[in-house]
Design a binder for this molecule. Structure first.
Ligand code: UD1
Ligand code: UDP
Length: 376
């Protein structure tokens, strides 16, 4: 019996973990014990508990309850607790997802305890080190033994950094294996799409075509002037393009609107151009992504899910690690808000005619689990 510790903490990691847990449960029951450890980076029910229920994710054995804080303190607290858990459980491997502070904390602890680290969503690069995620993902990749990259571009990035995709085992942190596997987020979108369309409905406040928006990156939220400009641009979409904007508000963004821009926040809550709501559950979210005419987002996961559902996407960033979305014409970068209108018009008038399978076939988690069982 193999023992795996999976470390999660932020919303997208909880969602991604659902796919691998499902694969272990379906195909390797009795052969692998997966212990979930939740750092507590996200703790509001709407950012955490809701997903365990609706995506049938096993309950974490350990809740570290680290909470919010400055990056250094938050990561350090996670490391102290994770070290204890890993020393106690002595797993055969530690699995981490993506690029959050929870990912980095687990990567550092596992590698210093010489436990093989498995990084799911390896190889992605924005080439912008002012993003905390860019630092987290680079450091995590370079501590890993198995690196599962969702995209061809991710594999190319790893090769440029010296990783060898033809490396032969046995593998360790000095002799790692990068593998192209497809995207576990596609697995989940395909798996849950029917359930979402059967069990969920669009909010009553939506009355026609709509765009779905999410905003939570520090560079869009932390400077009040920028936050104001972003929110005013979202409010202007309805008069200019005839679509209401549905905005499930990340708590980071909500707190900053309340603190710095209370008047604008009141306008957002009362304007018929916007449907403002709490963070949504996964099923509600993918239903909206599939029914929206347009997605506008700075989220990594949401821009890809828009692609899975063939919904054009404005990326409110100056670069993205999901470069194939831009190259294919399915998404456009619009960090410069003066380009927003022309980009929306271009996407709506000329949506891509093809949506190539950049992210695999929906079986990435099975592939990852199989490889882990073979190699570890
Ligand atoms: C984090 C990740 C980011 C990821 C995002 C997913 C890092 C550095 N950032 O960003 O990569 O895209 O999660 O959503 O790891 N808060 C609450 N309730 C919660 C959690 C947070 O109110 O349950 C508020 C707190 O005010 C907190 C702020 O949101 O200070 C930011 O939370 P944090 O986890 O530090 O960063 P995110 O912006 O959520
Ligand atoms: N998501 C959700 N409810 C929301 C907003 C996002 O369920 O209100 C899901 C979304 O469908 C995707 C994931 O959260 O699966 C993306 O996470 P997020 O945008 O928080 O982080 P990122 O992907 O940018 O790291």
């Amino acid at each position: 019996m193999k023992k795996i510790i999976t470390v999660i903490g932020a919303r997208p990691q909880i969602i991604k973990a659902a796919a691998l847990s499902r694969a272990f449960e379906t195909h390797w029951k009795g052969e692998v014990e997966e212990i979930l450890v939740h750092t507590g980076q996200h703790y509001d029910d709407k950012l955490s508990a809701v997903f365990f229920d609706e995506m049938n994710i096993p309950r974490p054995k350990y809740q570290l309850e680290v909470g919010s804080g400055m990056h250094g303190a938050q990561t350090a607290k996670m490391m102290i607790d994770l070290e204890e858990v890993i020393l106690k459980e002595k797993p055969d491997a530690v699995v981490v997802y993506g690029d959050t502070n929870s990912t980095l904390a687990a990567a550092l602890v596992a590698s210093k305890l010489h436990i093989p680290l498995v990084h799911i969503e390896a190889g992605l690069r924005s080439f912008n080190k002012s993003m905390p995620e860019e630092i987290n993902r680079i450091l995590c990749d370079h501590c890993s033994t198995l690196l599962f990259s969702p995209t061809e571009n991710g594999i190319k990035n790893l090769e440029r950094e010296g990783f060898d995709t033809s490396a032969e085992g046995p593998y360790n942190a000095d002799h790692p294996l990068p593998v192209h596997c497809g995207d576990v987020m596609l697995d989940n979108s395909l798996y849950f799409a029917q359930k979402a369309s059967e069990s969920k409905q669009l909010p009553d406040a939506i009355s026609g075509d709509f765009a779905l928006a999410t905003v939570h990156r520090p560079y869009n939220t932390d400077d009040p002037k920028r936050l104001e400009a972003v929110m005013k641009s979202l409010l202007a979409i309805q008069p200019k393009h005839g679509m209401q904007v549905v905005l499930p508000l990340h708590p980071r963004t909500k707190h900053l609107l309340e603190k710095h821009l209370p008047e604008l926040y009141t306008v957002m809550k009362t304007s018929s151009a916007m449907v403002l709501c709490e963070p949504l559950g996964y099923l509600d979210m993918i239903l909206l992504e599939s029914k929206a005419k347009l997605v506008v987002s700075d989220s990594g996961g949401v821009q890809k899910e828009a692609y899975f559902f063939k919904t054009p996407c404005i990326v409110l960033r100056s670069e993205t690690e999901w470069t194939e979305l831009i190259e294919s014409g399915a998404a456009r970068l619009s960090f410069d808000l003066s380009t927003l209108d022309e980009n929306i018009t271009a996407l709506l008038q000329h949506p891509p005619s093809q949506w190539p399978a950049f992210y695999g076939d929906g079986n990435a988690a099975e592939f990852i689990a199989q490889k882990m069982m073979e190699v570890l």
